[in-house]
Each structure stands twice: as C-alpha cells, then as structure tokens.
Design a protein around this ligand. Structure first.
Ligand code: HPA
Ligand SMILES: [Zn+2]
Length: 358
C-alpha cells in the first residue's frame, strides 16, 4: 500500500465531476463535422501506405506536430494535404466508420456530416466514390448502433462559382439516389470569398429542394452572416461567432430561430478567440440565439464532441441547464422529421429526469 498522496487529486478534475458525466452521457446531435477533418494522423499514414501516397511528413508524430495553426488558412493547407490519401470507396468508408465509433461513444444520436467533394474530384476521385463510401458506413452505423445521420455536400468557397456549378451537376444523380444526402454547405476560406459569390449556385440548390447551410462569421464579419441568410437562404449558420458585433443581427437570429453551429475547440485552435474564457458563446446564449456545440474537425482541433462540451463548461460559467439547452437546440435544429426530433427530445428529457442533478 502506498501512503504517497497523488500529485493531482482526481476529485478536482472537471472531467470527473457529476456535471461532466451528465454532459457526456446526454443524448445529443452533431450538426457541424467535416468528415475529412476526422482523419486521425494514424489513419492518414495507414491510408497513405495502402494507396502508395507519399506524405510530406516522415511520421505520425511529425504530422501531429505540424498542427500548430495560426489561422483558418494555415489549418486548411494541412487539412487538404491530409485528405489527399483518400482514393477508394473503402477509404471513405473506413474514415467514416472511425468517426461513427467516436460519435456513438459520445452519445450522439444524430449526426450531419459535411464532405468536400471538390478536393477529391480534383485528384480524379469521382463524387460517387466519395458519397457511396461515406453513406455505406452511415448505413452500417444506423443498422448496428441506431445512429441517425444525414450528409451535406460543401462547396469550397476559394474555388470558382463555375466549379461549384460543375460539382453540383456531377452530384445530381447522388442527390436523387442517396436519401440521406439532403443538402449543401459552404466552407473553406471565408476571407475574400463572401456569400454573394455563391448566390446563384445556392438558388439552384434551393430550386432542387436541397437544405442549405453556410460557414459565416467564423473569421469574417457579421455582414457575412446576414448575407448567408439573405443571399444564400441558409437555414443554419456554421460558426456565426462574430454575430456579437451586431446587436440587431443577434435579435434577428433569435427571433427567426436560426441555429448557430458553434465549434469551440476549433475557434480557439484557429485563434478566433485567445482562449476559451474569451469565447462569445455566453453572449450568444444571453441574446437567446439557438446555439449548438460541434467538433468541426475533431482530429485536428483536439477532440470530438464531448471534449468540446467539457472544454466549454470547464472554462465558462455555465450551469447544468445550459447543457440541456445546448443538447436540445442540437436536436431541434437537425434536418430531420418532426417525429424524429420529438423522439430524440423525449429521450433527452427522460435522461434528464433520471439523472441526478450535477
Ligand atoms: O472550420 C472550417 N472553416 C472553414 N472551412 C473548413 N473546412 C473544414 N473545416 C473548416
Ligand atoms: Zn467547419
């Protein structure tokens, strides 16, 4: 038996507190996760070896060491390099399955997965290979784990409008044959690529009956959020954390129940905020905006969904009821049927009633 006191008392760890356990175990949805951003360095190296792709990093550790980002662009450069190992349908399946296991462990009941076909098409990978690999893994996730899901095709905003239209045309058959592929989004470099650049593409998507989201107000001004709503008819805003610059916009987001898919660890890693205590989340919540928490690119930003919840609740003065609100917002903002949403909210309510107050 040892009489030495532990150097860190485990009871002081937030992650082991009753509130942390409750946040981790509650049913929730994830609405902002780029599947290529779930590629862990180990899987990048395994796929590179399987496919004979040479990486510009000598080892897993060297790659991980390169994850010291200064802004969004410095991340995107590495993110697209990592995605270059994806070639076959099985690669997309394996990547998605690895995320599914993390999602199930985090008590996610519904996930909406972003993917970036243009980065794969440019390397000669047909969009069907991308869509079928991801979708087949999500079929298995539903069958084996009861995990509900949708897929959202994102246009890369640093590329041209013409390229986005060509991508949409190449994916039109997929939209018809893959029921869970329900919408489009807009990601990549926000600076210099405002929403208006894609107004006509999004109008075509709306005419096709597709759901619409857009990254806006991540690094860019609050005006980009307004333009994503007015010019792209976005139904949710991805990030949206710079909305706090504009009081009237905050009121509009709250009144129109436009959900924001906030990604706290991403924002800190990409230096949108100096640290988690400086995050605009409390101001967004105070304004009555329907905020949700998400992991964005979990393999690059230090963790999956529950790690985001823990980081936020450890750094900010948020009560248990905010945990419930964030989970409920995520379920209600999902692109799912009213019946599905009512079922998940009932599941959350039952969990809340059964689990002692933290
Ligand atoms: O956080 C992001 N922002 C913009 N584009 C992206 N593509 C992957 N992740 C991101
Ligand atoms: Zn994102």
């Amino acid at each position: 038996m040892s009489f030495l006191a532990p150097t860190t008392s485990s009871s002081t760890l937030f992650s082991e507190s009753p509130l942390a356990r409750k946040l981790c175990a509650m049913p929730k949805a994830e609405l902002h996760m780029h599947i290529e951003g779930s590629l862990e360095p180990e899987l990048i190296f395994a796929l590179a070896e399987r496919n004979g792709v040479t990486l510009p990093y000598p080892s897993v550790d060297a790659l991980r060491d390169a994850y010291a980002f200064t802004d969004l662009q410095s991340f995107l450069d590495i993110y697209y390099a990592g995605a270059s190992v994806l070639l076959t349908e099985q690669d997309f399946y394996d990547m998605t399955w690895a995320y599914v296991e993390r999602a199930v462990a985090d008590h996610i009941v519904h996930t909406e997965i972003f993917f970036d076909p243009q980065t794969h098409i440019a390397r000669g990978v047909p969009v069907e290979v991308v869509v079928n690999g991801i979708s087949r893994a999500l079929d298995d996730a539903e069958a084996r784990h009861g995990l509900s899901s949708r897929m959202i095709l994102c246009f890369l905003r640093h590329l041209s409008e013409e390229d986005a239209f060509a991508t949409l045309a190449s994916a039109e058959a997929c939209f018809k044959t893959v029921p869970r592929l329900i919408g489009v989004g807009l990601d990549s470099s926000e600076q210099g690529n405002p929403p208006e650049k894609f107004a006509r593409v999004f109008a075509r998507c709306e005419a096709l009956g597709l759901r619409r989201v857009a990254h806006a107000g991540e690094e860019g001004p609050a005006q980009n959020i307004r333009d994503a709503l007015d010019l792209l008819h976005a139904e949710r805003i991805d990030h949206g954390v710079t909305a706090i610059e504009d009081q009237a916009l905050l009121q509009r987001l709250a009144a129109e129940k436009i959900a924001l898919t906030v990604c706290p660890l991403s924002n800190v890693k990409l230096k949108v905020f100096d640290d988690m205590t400086a995050h605009s989340l409390p101001m967004l919540l105070d304004a009555g905006v329907a905020v949700t928490l998400n992991s964005d690119d979990p393999a690059y930003f230090g963790g999956y969904l529950n790690t985001n919840y823990l980081a936020v609740f450890e750094a900010l003065p948020l009560g248990e009821e905010t945990g419930y609100l964030l989970a409920r917002n995520s379920l209600e903002a999902a692109f799912a049927t009213d019946e599905e949403k009512a079922r998940w909210v009932a599941q959350l309510d039952a969990f809340w009633a059964q689990t002692p107050a933290a």
